[in-house]
Write a protein that binds this ligand. Sequence first.
Ligand SMILES: *Cc1c(COP(=O)(O)O)cnc(C)c1O
Length: 366
Amino acid sequence: MNIPFATFAPMHHEIEEALNNAYRRVVEKGIFIQGEECRCFEEEFAAYCGTKYCIGVGNGLDAITLILRAMNIGRGDEVIVPSNTYIATALAVSNVGATPVFVEPDIRNYNIDATKIEEKITTKTKAVIAVHLQGRPADMDAINEIAERYGLRVVEDCAQAHGARYKGIRVGGLSDAAAFSFYPGKNLGALGDGGCVVTNNGELAEHIRYLGNYGSDYKYHHIFKGYNSRLDEMQAAFLRVKLPYLEHWNEERRNIAERYFSGISNKNMIMPPCSSEEFEHIYHVFVIRNNKRDELERYLLDKGIHTLKHYPVPMHMQQAYADMNIEEGKLPVAEEISKTVLSIPMYYGMSTEEIDYIIEQMNNYK
Ligand SMILES: *Cc1c(COP(=O)(O)O)cnc(C)c1O
């Protein structure tokens, strides 16, 4: 058998006609930026998230960057970020001129360890970015409680968690403002780059909308030194086709996860946290850990099973962050995770045979 790490084929096959119609609708209308499609998608996605506002932007990294800019976070400020996340979370902080301060994750669920946030707070700390990594919500009550006590803003990075719920509330509505990415491989993905910010704060929403449109409040009138970061009409139209299916696709991922949980019995595989009522997981990726990860990777590839590592090099060990001079060993949990993680196939439309085959090969691994 040959099983890709992920494929869009089953998903896009089912909605092909609707995608084609969306494409034709946009071309016929002849409006490609800042039209009806984006405006409607913003309304529909805000309703889905249960937030008042949604602002379409160019991608997930821009979404975080624009939130921080709108919060007036910049040079001399510190922002707490998890040491275990995709680098975009930290890059957004760096790109506004502020300093990311890394806090270790809880190795049981890979999200920021809220009990380790307080010791990293200084007089320069302005905000905490909570990432719902792998599709599992971070412990927002604990994070919000600390933030409130110290007067910090809270930002959610929801790039991996479209539709996940924390204590019954959708991610995106659990902080001052939240960033989403619609990179094609995310649980809700465009057919290109895309992103958005959701918030209940009208002032932030307006500021972010202006910043993403050259700092302009109306045509050729600029009140901020802004960016060009907008969700284009074509991507918004595709996202409008896909949004109504998101719940179903997430449910399918949870079903695949359930199969993995009940089927994989190899004691050498450290399994990810299960979805629960309080922490509703949407399994953006299904990440196991193994002490001989690289051997396992080769073994599975030999069996035709393609895997990925989320992520093989922690941010503080990246050349991009060499200037922070954080030595190896300083963030041991993030380092341990980077050495042992392996993401096994997880995508909408996996067949029963494929899932069973993966379980079998995982159990056969010595
Ligand atoms: C994908 C991702 C981003 C960035 O999104 P882009 O649209 O690729 O810019 C940010 N944070 C996390 C956690 C991500 O997984």
